[in-house]
Design a binder for this molecule. Structure first.
Ligand SMILES: [Zn+2]
Length: 266
């Protein structure tokens, strides 16, 4: 999932109040995507330790990704979650997607920048974001989230470059990014370029799949996501979001049980 998916799932989890998410909370919530710390998160996914507010939002992201990739089985990190079960929809079109992108001048000739599995399961995740965006779930939050994440690393306070470093230190996060500053900048610019909720995911795909950053690439992504939306049912998407939210809510609840009073959000 991407920005829209994580925000909506975390909201629906019931573990946070909306104003803990849509505001400065989007910075820790999206932390794993711009500092690349999913592996670190998955390792401690079912024993999060002593939680902080920022840490819990990072945890909510990790839990959402875990469920979509690996399902509800605790500690069993096997690629058999919903995203992998549905990826055939896109795997069948892997060659066509990259060949058409090349033909349209959206990428150079050469091997695709992502594997069949990487491409396909990621497209399934972007389908969740697009589904929610088109249902209007994010409309009232788009402007604020875009403005906030669009200042990542160049603002003061929460979301600043210093805050990112401090959060990595405080939460003892193991970062996978070879160039953290460049990743943060790339994330920020993709957010800023997005003109509507579904574009967040389309532009993430453009980067991941090695396409040129331009409007034609946005249309290219959109064209293929539309195919996914026509082949994966709304009920399936909807119930997946609901069960992911339930999973996130249950584990956040567990992580805060001992310290409920500290986490009565206001
Ligand atoms: Zn993620």
């Amino acid at each position: 999932m991407y920005v829209v998916g994580h925000c909506v799932v975390t909201e629906w989890s019931g573990a946070f109040k909306p104003n803990n998410i849509y505001g400065e909370g989007v910075f820790p919530l999206m932390f794993p995507d711009y500092v690349r710390c999913h592996d670190w998160g998955y390792e401690r996914c079912f024993d999060w330790g002593r939680p902080t507010l920022d840490g819990l939002l990072i945890y909510a992201h990790i839990l959402g990704d875990w469920y979509v990739h690996y399902g509800g089985a605790v500690h069993e990190q096997k690629k058999k979650g919903w995203a992998y079960r549905r990826m055939g929809v896109y795997a069948r079109r892997y060659n066509e997607f990259f060949a058409n992108a090349t033909r349209r001048g959206l990428r150079d000739v050469g091997p695709p920048a992502d594997s069949v599995r990487g491409f396909s399961h990621t497209m399934v995740e972007y389908t969740i974001d697009t589904f929610l965006a088109r249902r209007g779930e994010f409309d009232s939050h788009f402007a604020a989230v875009r403005a906030a994440l669009g200042s990542l690393g160049v603002r003061d306070g929460v979301g600043s470059a210093e805050w990112i470093d401090e959060t990595i230190r405080r939460e003892a996060i193991v970062v996978n990014s070879p160039d953290l500053r460049a990743d943060v900048e790339s994330f920020r610019s993709r957010i800023t370029e997005s003109n509507r909720p579904e574009e967040f995911a389309f532009r993430a795909g453009i980067k991941k799949f090695g396409l040129r950053s331009c409007e034609q690439s946005v249309e290219h992504l959109c064209e293929y996501i539309e195919i996914g939306l026509s082949e994966i049912s709304a009920e399936d998407l909807s119930s997946t979001v609901e069960s992911t939210a339930e999973f996130v809510g249950a584990w956040i609840q567990r992580a805060t049980e001992g310290s409920r009073r500290e986490f009565t959000w206001t």
